[in-house]
Design a binder for this molecule. Structure first.
Ligand SMILES: CC(=O)N[C@H]1[C@@H](OP(=O)(O)OP(=O)(O)OC[C@H]2O[C@@H](n3ccc(=O)[nH]c3=O)[C@H](O)[C@@H]2O)O[C@H](CO)[C@@H](O)[C@@H]1O
Ligand SMILES: C=C(OP(=O)(O)O)C(=O)O
Length: 424
């Protein structure tokens, strides 16, 4: 087990290169199951969740090779296994994304139910219901979703009760090889859904409307191989920008896409940052202490839930009072008790965190509970007085590539260190 040890008080400055997006890379890697020929994927971030996805493919009997630092070749094949076991699925919720591809390609899939996690219950009923409407027989037994279909899935008109990112992705992938036309209404419009659609189109899928709330998929008989580059990570970009503003610094994020970050850049500007953007870069310059902002999370293009924890840390040391209202997940404030231990002044009222900015936080030993909560604690540690030790950083390694190396290059004093074995 490792921890991050942070000496607070340095202003971030310099340039950082943004990695490929976790939430696009995972569906794309698992979507490669659909192809009958080799698939080459570039700009794949080096993350624990990516390792887990490739391990899942390997256990299904779909080999891959790494080709350079961030590129992989998936040797997709016609015949392979169709079981995604609990041991892997429990470590990564996105594993449920193998359900649609396996079922539509092989006619069978057994995928462990992912179960809840720190941020909420996260059911997958919409995935299951959509596949049933496409003709699948599905039972949930012994903790597994067991799905089968006679012949091909059938195109269907699917109206999603709630906007679901992986729900839309699973059903879109299933529909690529179904017979006839599938329409997904109330579809998620996240950039990562568009990226997956573009990837599938590269393999020969016929998908129209990705990025709108109605996606139409015309099923084809097979998908061939192809080559694709994963889009940049908008959440990693946003995290570095918040860290820079919190530290009253000045940074440039390279290899990103400002167009995906409108809601986040708007809030950073409201908080007092000076933002300049180009085609694939964003500059942030602090103008002094940040101002607290009000945030309500909602599906894209509104403010992303995956950025609220970072803004909670920013509000904690900003001037004035701001609220953060979480509308997507029922339990996504696990970072708040840890920020309180560092001296933040935050009241939790239902799904709203009201943050009254304090002049300074103080370093403390804190514990990660989930991925973005971890990012908020790292930001808090960088602006706190003294030393902060962030424990359970396996959460952060799920979604940030070499976060301490990138922050060190921006001047932060942050080290990865082994945890001492606990004494009984
Ligand atoms: C790998 C990946 O892309 N993860 C992202 C994805 O997660 P994920 O796709 O799991 O999140 P969803 O968009 O599905 O969840 C949105 C809401 O719908 C509910 N719901 C979802 C499915 C379902 O079958 N039934 C149901 O009720 C969820 O409990 C939640 O309240 O989108 C989230 C919301 O932007 C992000 O925080 C995650 O980073
Ligand atoms: C919640 C997240 O990821 P996942 O859906 O993989 O848990 C996230 O990226 O913030």
């Amino acid at each position: 087990m490792e921890k991050l040890v942070i000496q607070g008080g340095t202003r971030l400055s310099g340039e950082v290169s943004i990695s490929g997006a976790k939430n696009a890379a995972l569906p794309i890697i698992l979507g490669a199951i659909l192809a009958e020929d080799d698939v080459v994927i570039h700009n794949v971030p080096r993350l624990q969740d990516v390792e887990t996805s490739f391990e899942l493919l390997r256990q299904l009997g779909i080999p891959h090779t790494r080709d350079g630092e961030h590129s992989y070749v998936v040797r997709a094949c016609k015949e392979h296994d169709h079981v995604a076991p609990y041991e892997l699925v429990k470590t990564m919720r996105a594993s449920v994304l193998v359900l649609g591809p396996l079922l539509t390609k092989c006619g069978h899939a057994e995928v462990s139910l992912p179960g809840g996690c720190a941020i909420g219950a996260r059911p997958v009923d919409l995935h299951i219901e959509g596949l049933r409407q496409m003709g699948a027989n599905i039972v949930v037994q012994n903790g597994y979703i067991k799905a089968s279909v006679k012949g091909r899935l059938q195109g269907a008109h699917l109206l999603m009760d709630t906007v679901s990112v992986t729900g839309t992705e699973n059903l879109m992938m299933a529909a690529t090889l179904a017979q006839g036309v599938t329409v997904i209404e109330n579809a998620a419009r996240e950039p990562e859904v568009i990226d997956l659609a573009k990837f599938l189109i590269t393999l020969g899928a016929d998908i129209r409307g990705a990025g709108t709330d109605t996606i139409e998929i015309h099923g084809v008989e097979r998908l061939h191989g192809g080559e694709y580059r994963v889009l940049p990570d908008r959440i990693e970009t946003g995290t570095f920008l918040v860290a820079a503003l919190a530290s009253q610094g000045q940074i440039r994020c390279n290899n990103t896409d400002p167009k995906m970050l409108d809601a986040v850049l708007k809030k950073l500007t409201e908080a007092g940052a000076q933002i300049t953007r180009g085609d694939n870069w964003i500059d942030l310059k602090s103008q002094g202490r940040a101002r607290a902002v009000n945030i309500i999370t909602a599906p894209h293009p509104a403010f992303p839930t995956d950025m609220q924890a970072q803004f909670t840390a920013l509000n904690s040391i900003a001037e004035g009072t701001g609220f953060i209202r979480e509308t997507i997940f029922e339990n996504r404030f696990m970072h708040v008790p840890e920020l309180l231990r560092m001296g933040a002044n935050i009241d939790l009222e239902g799904n709203t965190a009201i943050c009254k900015g304090v002049e300074r936080l103080t370093g403390a030993q804190v514990m990660c509970t989930d991925l973005r909560a971890s990012a908020s604690l790292v930001i808090a540690g960088m602006v706190a007085e003294g030393v902060t030790e962030v424990e359970r950083i396996y959460h952060i390694d799920r979604g940030y590539e070499q976060i301490e190396v990138k922050l060190q290059a921006l001047g932060a004093q942050i080290q990865r260190a082994p945890m001492k074995a606990s004494v009984e």
